[in-house]
Design a protein. Structure first.
Length: 323
């Protein structure tokens, strides 16, 4: 089979296609013939050397395809089923075949294309888990930064469906804001504007955002804190695509804000709850009630291009590979 390997940490160009033997499933695992693989920012962090990981390895946490082999102790009826799955071990999803633990495998509802199922099952579960962690309710005004991203887009839609009082989308270009508008955002804020935090406050009638979801960090996070509701705002942190993960504790203390590691809480929930969120996201997508956005799909040979566009923060929705 063909697979993308990382043999040394570095720029996107370290991603190189090589020939390899197809993997075999251990007990409790399945092998998926990969038709679609997700490219997520975590892949970028590991490849660049910012997260300790053994070398060499095949990147890719999320795949969609058909189960072609099932190891001992797995449900034999999975063979031939269309599934999405999280990969396991050092042989990830940037390949023609990938191994997944049976507990990370989900059947795809009829009628839902794999290219939509892959970007929604895990991202939708994470979004739902974070919303539960931060307790988004009908009384809340919600601000979502990186609102056109893979998870940000789903957060806008899910907060809208949860009946939030107001959903404000912040992004860095007119194209991204247009996408957020289609996702149901009530107000659109361009955070290249130096006074964008003031515009959020104005859009909320001077109240400020009760809940802020931020995956950007850096200067965007600094302004997002100022856009939160004083003495009541809840800040859900789930990334730092800017490369700056710092939080201004003086501003947090002065404004009386609560900062929640929403991503960690979502990942720490019981496995059954996380699986329930993933299944529900797939069902919503199959019913047309949750629409994952897809920025681009690249062949394996262009995995470096997929990482480059993510690093440049130029994406509107998910980035995929098609082996």
């Amino acid at each position: 089979m063909r697979a993308v390997y990382v043999e040394q940490f570095g720029p996107p160009e370290v991603l190189r296609v090589q020939d390899a033997d197809p993997p075999s499933p251990a007990p409790g695992q399945v092998v998926v013939a990969v038709e679609v693989a997700g490219v997520v920012f975590g892949d970028v962090l590991v490849r660049s050397g910012r997260y300790p990981f053994p070398l060499p390895y095949v990147p890719g946490l999320e795949v969609g395809g058909r189960v072609v082999r099932a190891g001992r102790g797995t449900d034999p009826s999975l063979r031939g089923k269309r599934v999405v799955a999280t990969t396991s071990g050092m042989r990830g999803g940037y390949a023609e075949f990938a191994v997944a633990d049976a507990g990370g495998v989900f059947e795809v509802p009829d009628g839902l294309p794999l290219k939509e199922a892959v970007p929604v099952f895990q991202a939708g579960a994470v979004a739902a888990g974070m919303m539960t962690a931060i307790r988004v309710g009908p009384e809340d005004t919600v601000l979502v930064t990186a609102a056109a991203g893979r998870i940000g887009s789903l957060l806008v839609q899910m907060c809208r469906q949860a009946g939030a009082r107001q959903v404000i989308a912040a992004a860095g270009s007119p194209e991204k804001l247009a996408a957020a508008s289609l996702d149901g955002a009530d107000a659109l804020i361009d955070y290249t504007d130096p006074d964008w935090a003031g515009k959020v406050t104005a859009a909320t009638g001077g109240r400020g955002a009760d809940v802020v979801f931020d995956a950007v960090g850096g200067a965007v996070r600094e302004q997002a804190l100022l856009a939160a509701r004083p003495n009541a705002g809840r800040i859900a942190v789930y990334g730092a695509t800017s490369g700056d993960a710092a939080i201004d504790s003086l501003t947090v203390g002065r404004l009386g804000l609560s900062v929640v590691g929403a991503l960690g809480i979502a990942f720490s929930r019981p496995e059954a709850e996380q699986r329930g969120h993933a299944r529900h996201a797939l069902q919503l997508a199959a019913a047309g009630e949750l629409r994952p956005r897809i920025h681009a799909t690249y062949p394996l040979e262009r995995a470096a291009d997929a990482h480059t566009v993510l690093e440049q923060r130029a994406t509107i929705g998910a980035v995929l590979l098609a082996p």
